[in-house]
Design a protein around this ligand. Sequence first.
Ligand code: NAP
Ligand code: MG
Length: 499
Amino acid sequence: MNNSPGQRASTDGIKLETRAWIDGASVPALSGSTFVTLNPATGEPLAEVAACDEADVDRAVKAARRAFEGGAWSRCEPGERKEVLLRLAALLREHGEELALLESLDSGKTIRDCRNEVASEVPHFFQWYAETIDKSFGRVAPTGQRAVSMIVQEPIGVVGLIVPWNFPLLMAAWKLAPALATGCSVVLKPAEQTSLTALRLGELAAEAGIPAGVLNVVPGLGEQAGQAIGRHRDIDMVSFTGSGEVGAYLLGYAAQTNLKPVGLELGGKSPFLVLEQARVTDDLIESAVMAAFWNGGQNCSANMRQIVHRRHYDEFVGRTLARVKALVVGDPLDPATDIGAMITAEHRDRVAGFLRSGVEGGARILHGGTALDDNPGFFLRPTVFDGMTPQMRIAREEIFGPVMGLMVVDSDEDAFGIAVDTDFGLHASVFTQNIDQALRFARALPVGTVSVNSFSEGSIATPFGGYRRSGSLSRDNGIEALAQYQQTKTIWIGLGSQP
Ligand code: NAP
Ligand code: MG
């Protein structure tokens, strides 16, 4: 694994840990069952992973509860928790290349993105939240002379985290880092297609000094391990990133069991707006292309709906197509690759179904629309549609693949109208040189993140989440993320009437 940055990455000697991580040890599922995880770039089986079910989840919850009540993590000095999480950040950096390779093999994501996300952003997340622990203060309420009232935050307890396959370790870190920082114990279920990096993280967390039972990883199918987390009566909250359909199930499980709060980060159908007073620069074109095709479009905040003022349309289309044609699709382990494999053959076929629906609905394919010839991996070329109209299926439903849909408008007002005509509200990008207009759009768009003159989801310091059907009130990232994993307690101390 002595890889140099420009060369095709070698995975020789990489270790695949496939057992669950429960109570500080790698263990098979109690039933002995396994499921196969594939390498999406070859279509070949990569490993057989422990298929955890209700019994394994229960075992993990018991370990997590014991650890939480024991207090070694939940009630230790803030500085101690901070030191352990900083050690974990350092270990994640040290093992960055190994984790990036594992992620790329298991998910089909490009090694370039994996190096950035897994080897750099993930450790940074643990470091960032570690550094908040000993700088968080409670408050004193304005109660007058007869009482003192303290408002304090406490870790909520045992939390269930359920994450998707599109950014496997990054989505896990978005939740794990703040949950662990607050002192919670965790049961994490990765997506069935991409469990390997989370399982390796369990081992590294133990090496860093996280006590047994505080962090448990239960790989398994959504219907089994995921549902068992959703229904478990001794889990105090669930934080979920994934589809709206499964988010709705989780609300149902909570309603039918212990009414645990459920934090939801769901899908999107985000607009990219090029308004009349935009300046069409190389940066804008790069943003447009990345907004649609980064991670093969398997991105909740993908700006698939690109709404462009007629004044710029021809130039925008010409320059965008030139850039899209230069995107390299293929071997994820080659650092020159821009778009790796789609997660599964079924998902690729589902996206291909959207392409057919677009054509049948009257949209025109300007580029792409096909798989890679003679390749057993799950690849799809980036596709650009023009003539997409707001009522088409491709304009309304989340595709989650490498598809850009262009819509030309005659006014900025029309652009706004189309942008908000959706059930979702995760993200929007707005391009204009008119600062008043940029701010008016930023205020008026009903979405969790608005990016002006760039395509960005923000940074670790900025909360991320959705309006409308894109999520619940919870937020990942930023100081705001801590609130998901904490409860607020009031301690009221009567002082009597004598001085
Ligand atoms: P998904 O099908 O909803 O799966 C997400 C997770 O839920 C997986 O771990 C899955 O397990 C589990 N699950 C499935 N059925 C379940 C059930 N009945 N009970 C409990 N858990 C269950 O979503 P996905 O296809 O993996 O991911 C794509 C979706 O995630 C898109 O909609 C995307 O927009 C969204 N997303 C949102 C954000 C955000 O921050 N807003 C970020 C990234 C992705 P299995 O793997 O076994 O099915
Ligand atoms: Mg896989």
